[in-house]
Design a protein around this ligand. Structure first.
Ligand code: IPD
Ligand code: CA
Ligand code: CA
Ligand code: CA
Length: 255
């Protein structure tokens, strides 16, 4: 079995375990505020992050982990095998509405995306794939991405960017078919994969991006840093992700 097959098998195995655990018990047990009253972490975020890291480090002892809730490593470069872990993406949705949240694992080797998995918990779907493997949902190949223009589709801008810089995004929203807001980067990636959205703009951390970028690379999804720099998987940044046409159009409208 090649390394990528071992990685795929292990990541999908733990994703299924986590998805089924969350589906059978949606209690968050204990909730704490992080930077603000809407930036939350629950006992479940911490427990799942520890569980994913324990499972994968047992199978890949030389691997490093970049994860949201503090149980991973502090990395200054991306040499070797790196797993990016977001145990619950959309914690606020999980706590408030028990809907539209995901669990995500992105795998990079020497800084390049090789595999990603996004579990849409409430839809009981796991999206996964990578540049060498193609892109799938629950074992079925995903339909190809349609290179839709901005005017042909829905767009998503994070609520924080909209509140802080609405004027910058007004013309992009007006050029699109309409704006939708979801509160989970992972769920939005799955919508982009299914041609349900054409562009996503948000300020995201490495664990928000890694799985979606790996699957997206297999599908021909574009992802650019809003300031023109390459995407840096060691820091947070504002990104435009979408179809080739709509991403270029969005970037042009912003400059
Ligand atoms: C958040 C969600 C949200 C995005 C935030 C992320 P979390 O992840 O993906 O949609 O706008 O930037 O931090 O904290 O719920 O894992
Ligand atoms: Ca969080
Ligand atoms: Ca997240
Ligand atoms: Ca999270």
């Amino acid at each position: 079995m090649t390394d990528i097959e071992q990685i795929q098998q292990a990541v999908l195995q733990i994703m299924v375990i986590v998805k089924d655990q969350l589906r059978t018990n949606l209690n968050f047990n204990h909730v704490e505020k992080k930077s603000s009253r809407t930036d939350l972490v629950t006992e479940r975020d911490k427990q799942i992050e520890k569980q994913i890291i324990a499972f994968l480090s047992d199978r890949f002892p030389k691997a490093y982990f970049v994860s949201e809730e503090g149980y991973g490593d502090c990395l200054t470069d991306l040499s070797g095998l790196v797993f990016f872990v977001d145990p619950i993406d959309g914690t606020l949705n999980f706590v408030k509405s028990h809907d539209q949240f995901a669990s995500m694992i992105g795998v990079y080797h020497d800084g390049q995306p090789i595999f990603g998995a996004i579990a849409d918990i409430m839809q009981d779907q796991i999206f996964y794939g990578g540049p060498e493997l193609g892109a799938y949902v629950n074992q079925q190949p995903l339909a190809p991405l349609i290179n839709q223009e901005l005017s042909a589709g829905l767009i998503t801008v994070s609520s924080r960017l909209l509140m802080e810089q609405l004027n910058n995004y007004r013309s992009i929203i007006n050029h699109s078919s309409g704006l939708r807001i979801f509160g989970s980067a992972g769920i939005i990636f799955t919508r982009l994969f299914q041609n349900k959205e054409v562009v996503y703009i948000s300020n995201l951390k490495p664990w928000d991006l890694a799985a979606g970028l790996a699957i997206g690379k297999a599908m021909g999804l574009q992802a650019i840093n809003i300031d023109g720099a390459p995407i840096n998987m060691l820091k947070s940044q504002t990104v435009i992700i979408g179809t080739k046409c709509a991403t270029i159009e969005t970037k042009d409208l912003l400059s």
